[in-house]
Design a protein around this ligand. Sequence first.
Ligand code: M6R
Length: 608
Amino acid sequence: MCGIVGYVGSRRAQPILLKGLKRLEYRGYDSAGIAMFTDSGLMVTKCAGKISCLEQLLTGDPADSTHGIAHTRWATHGEPTELNAHPHADEKGEIALVHNGIIENYRTLKEFLLQKGYHIRTETDTEMLVHLIRFNYKGCLTEAVRNALAQVDGTYGIAVMSSMHPGVVVAARMGSPLVIGLGDGEHLVASDVSAMLEHTNKVVYLEDGEIATVTADDYRITTIQNVQITPQIEEVTWTLDQIEKGGYDHFMLKEIHEQPTTLRNAIRGRLNFEEGIPRLNGLNLQYDQLRKIQKVIFTACGTSWHAGLIGKYMIEELARVAVDVEYASEFRYRSPILGKNDIFFAISQSGETTDTLAAMREAKQRGVTVLGIVNVVGSTMARETDGGVYIHAGPEIGVASTKAFTSQVMVLSLIAGLLGRMRQLSPQAGQELIEAMQKIPDQVEKILKSSDQVKKIAEQYYRANNFLYLGRGINYPVALEGALKLKEISYIHAEGYPAAEMKHGPIALIDENMPVVVIALKDPVYDKVMSNIAEVKARNGNVIAIATEGDTEIAERVNHVIYIPETNRFLTPLLSIIPLQLMAYHIAVMRECHVDQPRNLAKSVTVE
Ligand code: M6R
């Protein structure tokens, strides 16, 4: 959740750290801090609030230093105050540390440290770690970190520096990602590669239980048991313009508009028109293995979970294979029943979400094949799965997931098509699906042109306190996703419901103040949805319908219609979600909310 950057080299560290920190701000943004090595010792500057506040504090103080660590925080233990912000320093101010994760046994450690005479100043778990390092310090910083971590339960990605060791950053990882960037006469350490892309695309991902000792010219990786590791250098393909706003007001808007491209990337090289069979070699499964699958299990959180739910509708109907969709946080504590021919998929944009990772590891331990549908190349999930499919959406910076969602759904449709063709789908039906997939990016492009129309509708409703989203069948998860988008960035209470469920409770909420967004496409449940619309209208509700182009009849029955082009019914979520993303965006802007960094949220949820 938090973002860590460390630099050691020959250039001025402060601007490099601040810029890196800004690239990571999407990971957490409630407080920030920086520690620099200077001639007079460690200089630590911290503040509550965003990195811009930290910058203001630092302007009058251009520390000429080539070595430092910095942090942007998403609070877990202790409020987001200046005192609780990282870096935390030991009592002598000689060791400073930034931390991402949770020290679970911090209470025990606190008692231990108090007994040893240490003074605890903050409400954080992290502070224990810096005192523990001090306690274990006998001349070697790496050894002190190693011995301290041996006493720690929990998760961490840390970067540590000391005025006693100029030009050294020690980093360690257990559960929270850390990557080392390899430059020319300089090295960086960060929570993810976006903080270092300006300087290098050569990286080494730290694995759990590894400690890196990094200097300007060298880096050495050992395990916590002090076994030397041979690092594997990887090349990052993401480019700088992918992590910049490129003229858009917000990352979210940029990412919404990138969807025609990202969807093309999701299907590139994967459509086999002749046989009507999607090509997904990364699954590492032979056709006969695909035929033997008894059950598919999708686990994910948030938006990725909604994508999984759409996958269930696709796979069960196209391939006649049973699909369970589990919240990752529930899966691991539920003792789920898994068979040897079941296939487990973790769906995650970041590939780092702790709940999903834990569920995945649980499934792995139980011996089932574990696959990933992941965006971030080199992420923990990508590395720990037996195979999978990258969604190729590129960096997603806006906290509200948009392009990753549609790419996940596209990849799920490829999987559904593949499983379908292995089982019961005719070559012709497979070909039709694939042909429809290929048209989707252009269709999304067309829908994006209705942004101004969506904005006008948003103008009428942005002051509402509640919204209801209704959909049926495969568009029910789209209703859930539309509601999630609205609530997370505009702070309007919004609920997604299967349209027919409305009459079992939520209908009590409907009056003239309740905008109801209904996905009412020309599909097998169209007439049923129209009845649900009538029920809303009979109670003075305002209906905004997402409808199929050419359906003129619906315009007479609702307050507003936003049309989307016709496609294969299994692919409709890829189109119906676009106006809902735009609506959430416009409403949030009108309410003057912080679209890319909504309150209380963080992009990558790496705590339980
Ligand atoms: O990186 P992941 O896909 O694993 O993240 C899962 C959720 O945290 C994420 O989808 C979250 O719900 C987003 N804020 C939704 O916009």
